[in-house]
Design a protein around this ligand. Structure first.
Ligand code: ATP
Length: 314
Protein backbone atom coordinates (compact mmCIF):
# COMPACT_ATOMS: atom_id res chain seq x y z
CA UNK A 1 0.00 0.00 0.00
CA UNK A 2 1.10 3.50 -0.84
CA UNK A 3 1.73 6.03 1.95
CA UNK A 4 0.28 9.10 0.26
CA UNK A 5 -1.96 9.92 -2.69
CA UNK A 6 -2.06 13.49 -3.91
CA UNK A 7 -3.59 14.95 -7.07
CA UNK A 8 -3.67 18.30 -8.81
CA UNK A 9 -2.33 20.34 -11.68
CA UNK A 10 1.27 20.43 -12.84
CA UNK A 11 2.47 23.48 -14.76
CA UNK A 12 5.39 24.10 -17.03
CA UNK A 13 7.14 27.00 -15.28
CA UNK A 14 9.03 29.50 -17.46
CA UNK A 15 11.15 31.77 -15.30
CA UNK A 16 12.79 34.97 -16.51
CA UNK A 17 15.59 36.61 -14.49
CA UNK A 18 14.06 40.11 -14.81
CA UNK A 19 11.06 41.61 -16.62
CA UNK A 20 9.83 39.05 -19.12
CA UNK A 21 9.24 41.74 -21.77
CA UNK A 22 13.01 42.18 -21.98
CA UNK A 23 13.28 38.71 -23.53
CA UNK A 24 16.47 36.77 -23.15
CA UNK A 25 17.11 33.58 -21.25
CA UNK A 26 14.30 31.56 -19.72
CA UNK A 27 14.63 28.69 -17.26
CA UNK A 28 12.18 25.80 -17.68
CA UNK A 29 11.00 23.79 -14.69
CA UNK A 30 7.84 22.02 -13.57
CA UNK A 31 5.68 23.37 -10.77
CA UNK A 32 2.46 22.65 -8.92
CA UNK A 33 1.64 22.54 -5.22
CA UNK A 34 0.70 18.86 -5.02
CA UNK A 35 3.62 17.86 -7.23
CA UNK A 36 5.93 19.73 -4.83
CA UNK A 37 4.45 17.86 -1.85
CA UNK A 38 4.75 14.53 -3.71
CA UNK A 39 8.43 15.10 -4.48
CA UNK A 40 9.09 16.34 -0.92
CA UNK A 41 7.64 13.13 0.52
CA UNK A 42 9.40 10.87 -2.00
CA UNK A 43 12.76 12.51 -1.19
CA UNK A 44 12.11 11.55 2.45
CA UNK A 45 11.63 7.92 1.44
CA UNK A 46 7.83 7.61 1.43
CA UNK A 47 5.83 5.94 -1.32
CA UNK A 48 3.73 8.58 -3.06
CA UNK A 49 1.36 8.52 -5.98
CA UNK A 50 0.50 11.71 -7.90
CA UNK A 51 -2.70 11.47 -9.95
CA UNK A 52 -3.56 14.00 -12.63
CA UNK A 53 -4.16 14.73 -16.27
CA UNK A 54 -1.40 16.27 -18.37
CA UNK A 55 -1.44 17.35 -22.00
CA UNK A 56 -0.13 14.98 -24.67
CA UNK A 57 2.68 17.50 -25.10
CA UNK A 58 6.29 18.20 -24.16
CA UNK A 59 5.38 19.80 -20.79
CA UNK A 60 3.31 16.72 -19.94
CA UNK A 61 6.30 14.51 -20.74
CA UNK A 62 8.67 16.74 -18.74
CA UNK A 63 6.29 16.47 -15.78
CA UNK A 64 6.16 12.67 -15.97
CA UNK A 65 9.89 12.37 -16.51
CA UNK A 66 10.61 14.60 -13.51
CA UNK A 67 8.25 12.72 -11.21
CA UNK A 68 9.59 9.33 -12.36
CA UNK A 69 13.13 10.48 -11.64
CA UNK A 70 11.97 11.48 -8.16
CA UNK A 71 10.38 8.04 -7.60
CA UNK A 72 6.83 9.39 -7.49
CA UNK A 73 4.28 6.89 -8.85
CA UNK A 74 2.62 8.28 -11.99
CA UNK A 75 0.69 5.21 -13.12
CA UNK A 76 -2.64 7.04 -12.65
CA UNK A 77 -1.71 10.05 -14.76
CA UNK A 78 -3.77 10.42 -17.93
CA UNK A 79 -2.34 12.04 -21.08
CA UNK A 80 -5.11 14.15 -22.63
CA UNK A 81 -4.75 14.71 -26.39
CA UNK A 82 -7.55 17.32 -26.37
CA UNK A 83 -6.26 19.72 -23.70
CA UNK A 84 -2.78 21.19 -23.15
CA UNK A 85 -0.62 21.09 -20.05
CA UNK A 86 -0.89 24.25 -17.95
CA UNK A 87 1.87 26.86 -18.04
CA UNK A 88 3.09 29.66 -15.82
CA UNK A 89 5.41 32.57 -16.45
CA UNK A 90 7.45 33.88 -13.55
CA UNK A 91 9.40 37.11 -13.81
CA UNK A 92 10.96 39.68 -11.52
CA UNK A 93 9.82 43.27 -12.05
CA UNK A 94 12.03 44.11 -9.04
CA UNK A 95 14.85 42.11 -7.48
CA UNK A 96 12.72 41.21 -4.47
CA UNK A 97 9.41 40.70 -6.27
CA UNK A 98 8.26 37.60 -8.12
CA UNK A 99 5.28 37.90 -10.46
CA UNK A 100 3.33 34.91 -11.75
CA UNK A 101 1.09 34.76 -14.80
CA UNK A 102 -0.93 31.57 -15.39
CA UNK A 103 -2.06 29.86 -18.57
CA UNK A 104 -4.31 27.20 -17.11
CA UNK A 105 -7.78 27.83 -18.60
CA UNK A 106 -9.06 24.60 -20.24
CA UNK A 107 -5.88 22.80 -19.27
CA UNK A 108 -5.75 19.00 -19.15
CA UNK A 109 -5.88 18.98 -15.33
CA UNK A 110 -8.92 21.27 -15.32
CA UNK A 111 -10.83 18.38 -16.93
CA UNK A 112 -9.91 16.08 -14.01
CA UNK A 113 -13.03 14.14 -12.99
CA UNK A 114 -14.03 11.65 -10.30
CA UNK A 115 -13.37 8.66 -12.58
CA UNK A 116 -9.74 9.76 -13.06
CA UNK A 117 -9.09 9.25 -9.33
CA UNK A 118 -10.80 5.87 -8.90
CA UNK A 119 -7.77 3.63 -9.58
CA UNK A 120 -5.46 5.68 -7.34
CA UNK A 121 -7.96 5.63 -4.47
CA UNK A 122 -8.48 1.87 -4.89
CA UNK A 123 -4.82 1.40 -3.86
CA UNK A 124 -5.85 2.49 -0.32
CA UNK A 125 -3.35 5.26 0.49
CA UNK A 126 -2.75 5.99 4.21
CA UNK A 127 -2.99 9.74 3.60
CA UNK A 128 -4.84 11.61 0.85
CA UNK A 129 -3.51 15.16 0.40
CA UNK A 130 -5.44 17.78 -1.57
CA UNK A 131 -5.33 21.55 -1.97
CA UNK A 132 -7.76 24.35 -2.66
CA UNK A 133 -6.07 24.90 -6.02
CA UNK A 134 -7.56 21.74 -7.53
CA UNK A 135 -11.04 22.71 -6.35
CA UNK A 136 -10.55 26.13 -7.95
CA UNK A 137 -9.61 24.76 -11.39
CA UNK A 138 -13.10 23.80 -12.60
CA UNK A 139 -16.43 22.31 -11.56
CA UNK A 140 -15.32 18.79 -12.46
CA UNK A 141 -11.97 19.13 -10.64
CA UNK A 142 -13.88 20.43 -7.62
CA UNK A 143 -16.25 17.44 -7.58
CA UNK A 144 -13.26 15.13 -8.12
CA UNK A 145 -11.76 16.67 -4.96
CA UNK A 146 -14.95 16.13 -2.96
CA UNK A 147 -15.10 12.54 -4.22
CA UNK A 148 -11.48 11.87 -3.26
CA UNK A 149 -11.87 13.29 0.24
CA UNK A 150 -15.14 11.43 0.86
CA UNK A 151 -13.70 8.14 -0.44
CA UNK A 152 -10.53 8.59 1.63
CA UNK A 153 -12.52 9.02 4.83
CA UNK A 154 -14.75 6.03 3.99
CA UNK A 155 -11.59 3.93 3.52
CA UNK A 156 -10.12 5.04 6.83
CA UNK A 157 -7.39 7.22 5.29
CA UNK A 158 -6.23 10.48 6.86
CA UNK A 159 -7.19 13.54 4.82
CA UNK A 160 -4.71 16.40 4.70
CA UNK A 161 -5.77 19.65 3.02
CA UNK A 162 -3.80 22.81 2.26
CA UNK A 163 -5.98 25.90 1.62
CA UNK A 164 -3.39 27.26 -0.87
CA UNK A 165 -5.52 30.20 -1.98
CA UNK A 166 -4.99 31.38 -5.56
CA UNK A 167 -6.89 34.65 -6.00
CA UNK A 168 -6.34 34.49 -9.78
CA UNK A 169 -8.44 31.29 -9.89
CA UNK A 170 -11.38 32.07 -7.62
CA UNK A 171 -12.75 34.66 -5.22
CA UNK A 172 -12.39 34.47 -1.44
CA UNK A 173 -16.19 34.10 -1.20
CA UNK A 174 -16.23 31.04 -3.46
CA UNK A 175 -13.22 29.55 -1.67
CA UNK A 176 -14.95 29.97 1.72
CA UNK A 177 -18.09 28.23 0.50
CA UNK A 178 -16.33 25.32 -1.25
CA UNK A 179 -13.68 24.70 1.44
CA UNK A 180 -16.42 24.84 4.07
CA UNK A 181 -17.92 21.72 2.48
CA UNK A 182 -14.55 19.90 2.68
CA UNK A 183 -14.08 20.55 6.41
CA UNK A 184 -16.02 17.47 7.65
CA UNK A 185 -13.58 15.21 5.75
CA UNK A 186 -10.33 16.88 6.83
CA UNK A 187 -8.07 15.63 9.65
CA UNK A 188 -5.04 17.86 9.05
CA UNK A 189 -5.72 21.38 7.81
CA UNK A 190 -2.73 23.41 6.62
CA UNK A 191 -2.98 27.14 5.87
CA UNK A 192 -0.83 30.22 6.00
CA UNK A 193 -2.01 32.65 8.68
CA UNK A 194 -3.72 34.90 6.11
CA UNK A 195 -5.51 31.94 4.48
CA UNK A 196 -6.96 30.48 7.67
CA UNK A 197 -10.16 32.60 7.51
CA UNK A 198 -10.99 31.00 4.14
CA UNK A 199 -11.32 27.62 5.90
CA UNK A 200 -13.31 29.05 8.81
CA UNK A 201 -16.26 30.75 7.14
CA UNK A 202 -14.36 34.04 6.88
CA UNK A 203 -13.53 34.27 10.61
CA UNK A 204 -10.41 36.47 10.92
CA UNK A 205 -9.60 35.93 14.60
CA UNK A 206 -7.16 33.00 14.65
CA UNK A 207 -8.25 31.66 18.05
CA UNK A 208 -11.92 31.74 17.15
CA UNK A 209 -11.25 30.21 13.71
CA UNK A 210 -9.21 27.40 15.24
CA UNK A 211 -11.83 26.62 17.89
CA UNK A 212 -14.47 26.50 15.18
CA UNK A 213 -12.37 24.15 13.01
CA UNK A 214 -11.54 21.80 15.88
CA UNK A 215 -15.21 21.74 16.90
CA UNK A 216 -15.90 20.84 13.24
CA UNK A 217 -13.84 17.67 13.65
CA UNK A 218 -10.37 18.69 12.45
CA UNK A 219 -7.66 17.12 14.62
CA UNK A 220 -4.70 19.31 13.61
CA UNK A 221 -4.85 22.91 12.38
CA UNK A 222 -1.39 23.84 11.12
CA UNK A 223 -0.62 27.51 10.49
CA UNK A 224 2.42 28.51 8.40
CA UNK A 225 4.02 31.85 9.28
CA UNK A 226 6.92 32.20 6.82
CA UNK A 227 10.11 33.40 8.55
CA UNK A 228 8.19 33.29 11.85
CA UNK A 229 7.85 29.51 11.73
CA UNK A 230 4.66 27.54 12.23
CA UNK A 231 2.00 26.60 14.78
CA UNK A 232 -0.06 23.45 15.27
CA UNK A 233 -3.31 23.45 17.23
CA UNK A 234 -4.70 20.09 18.38
CA UNK A 235 -6.20 18.37 21.40
CA UNK A 236 -2.75 18.97 22.97
CA UNK A 237 -3.27 22.73 22.69
CA UNK A 238 -0.99 25.15 20.83
CA UNK A 239 2.55 24.22 19.81
CA UNK A 240 4.93 26.58 17.99
CA UNK A 241 8.12 26.02 16.04
CA UNK A 242 10.59 28.73 15.03
CA UNK A 243 11.79 28.91 11.46
CA UNK A 244 15.46 28.21 10.76
CA UNK A 245 17.55 31.28 9.98
CA UNK A 246 18.67 30.75 6.41
CA UNK A 247 19.44 32.91 3.38
CA UNK A 248 16.42 33.26 1.17
CA UNK A 249 16.56 32.92 -2.62
CA UNK A 250 12.83 32.36 -3.29
CA UNK A 251 10.10 31.48 -0.80
CA UNK A 252 7.65 29.99 -3.34
CA UNK A 253 7.33 26.29 -2.59
CA UNK A 254 8.34 26.62 1.08
CA UNK A 255 4.79 25.90 2.16
CA UNK A 256 4.66 22.69 0.15
CA UNK A 257 8.05 21.57 1.45
CA UNK A 258 6.80 22.28 4.98
CA UNK A 259 3.70 20.16 4.38
CA UNK A 260 5.79 17.28 3.02
CA UNK A 261 8.00 17.42 6.13
CA UNK A 262 5.01 17.57 8.46
CA UNK A 263 3.24 14.61 6.80
CA UNK A 264 6.49 12.64 6.65
CA UNK A 265 6.91 12.85 10.44
CA UNK A 266 3.25 11.92 10.84
CA UNK A 267 3.78 8.81 8.68
CA UNK A 268 6.78 7.95 10.86
CA UNK A 269 4.50 8.03 13.93
CA UNK A 270 6.21 11.09 15.46
CA UNK A 271 4.42 13.56 17.72
CA UNK A 272 3.19 17.01 16.73
CA UNK A 273 6.33 18.78 17.94
CA UNK A 274 8.47 16.55 15.70
CA UNK A 275 6.07 17.06 12.79
CA UNK A 276 6.48 20.82 13.10
CA UNK A 277 10.26 20.48 13.39
CA UNK A 278 10.51 18.40 10.22
CA UNK A 279 8.16 20.86 8.49
CA UNK A 280 10.19 23.98 9.30
CA UNK A 281 13.43 22.18 8.42
CA UNK A 282 12.10 21.15 5.00
CA UNK A 283 10.71 24.68 4.49
CA UNK A 284 14.13 26.15 5.28
CA UNK A 285 15.73 23.95 2.61
CA UNK A 286 13.16 25.08 0.02
CA UNK A 287 13.69 28.83 0.45
CA UNK A 288 17.34 28.42 -0.53
CA UNK A 289 16.45 27.52 -4.12
CA UNK A 290 14.59 29.26 -6.97
CA UNK A 291 12.89 26.01 -7.93
CA UNK A 292 9.73 25.10 -6.01
CA UNK A 293 10.88 21.53 -5.35
CA UNK A 294 14.50 20.97 -6.38
CA UNK A 295 15.90 21.76 -2.93
CA UNK A 296 13.53 19.40 -1.10
CA UNK A 297 15.76 17.58 1.41
CA UNK A 298 16.60 13.91 1.64
CA UNK A 299 16.76 12.33 5.11
CA UNK A 300 20.47 12.89 5.64
CA UNK A 301 20.22 16.61 4.80
CA UNK A 302 17.27 16.96 7.12
CA UNK A 303 19.12 15.24 9.98
CA UNK A 304 22.10 17.52 9.41
CA UNK A 305 19.91 20.61 9.67
CA UNK A 306 17.95 19.33 12.67
CA UNK A 307 21.11 18.47 14.58
CA UNK A 308 22.65 21.85 13.66
CA UNK A 309 25.76 20.21 12.26
CA UNK A 310 28.50 22.12 10.45
CA UNK A 311 27.45 24.43 7.60
CA UNK A 312 30.21 22.99 5.46
CA UNK A 313 29.84 19.45 4.22
CA UNK A 314 33.37 17.97 4.09
P1 ATP B 1 4.25 29.37 -0.44
O1 ATP B 1 2.79 29.39 -0.74
O2 ATP B 1 5.00 30.51 -1.03
O3 ATP B 1 4.90 28.06 -0.67
P2 ATP B 1 3.39 29.50 2.28
O4 ATP B 1 2.82 30.82 2.64
O5 ATP B 1 2.50 28.38 2.01
O6 ATP B 1 4.43 29.66 1.12
P3 ATP B 1 5.38 29.88 4.30
O7 ATP B 1 4.77 30.14 5.62
O8 ATP B 1 5.95 31.00 3.54
O9 ATP B 1 4.37 29.02 3.44
O10 ATP B 1 6.56 28.83 4.49
C1 ATP B 1 6.36 27.56 5.05
C2 ATP B 1 7.44 27.26 6.05
O11 ATP B 1 8.72 27.37 5.43
C3 ATP B 1 7.45 28.23 7.22
O12 ATP B 1 6.60 27.79 8.25
C4 ATP B 1 8.92 28.20 7.60
O13 ATP B 1 9.17 27.12 8.46
C5 ATP B 1 9.64 27.98 6.28
N1 ATP B 1 10.05 29.30 5.76
C6 ATP B 1 9.36 30.11 4.94
N2 ATP B 1 10.03 31.28 4.74
C7 ATP B 1 11.18 31.18 5.45
C8 ATP B 1 12.30 32.04 5.67
N3 ATP B 1 12.36 33.27 5.12
N4 ATP B 1 13.29 31.60 6.47
C9 ATP B 1 13.23 30.37 7.04
N5 ATP B 1 12.21 29.52 6.89
C10 ATP B 1 11.19 29.91 6.11
Amino acid sequence: PVDVLTFGEALGSFRAPARLRMGGGINLDVAGAELNVAIGLARLGHSVRWASKVGADEIGELTLRTLLAERVLVDSVVRDPAHPSALMLVDKPRADQARVQYYRTDSAASTLAESDLVPALAAKPRIVHATGITAALSKSASSATTFALRTAVAQGAIVSFDVNHRSQLWSAETAISVIGKFIPFISVLVASADELPLAAGGETDEQVAVEQLIAGGISEVVVKRGADGATAYSAAGRQDADAFRVSVVDTIGAGDAFTAGYLSAMLDGLDIEARLQRGVAAGACAVGSASDWQAAPERTELERLLTAADDVAR
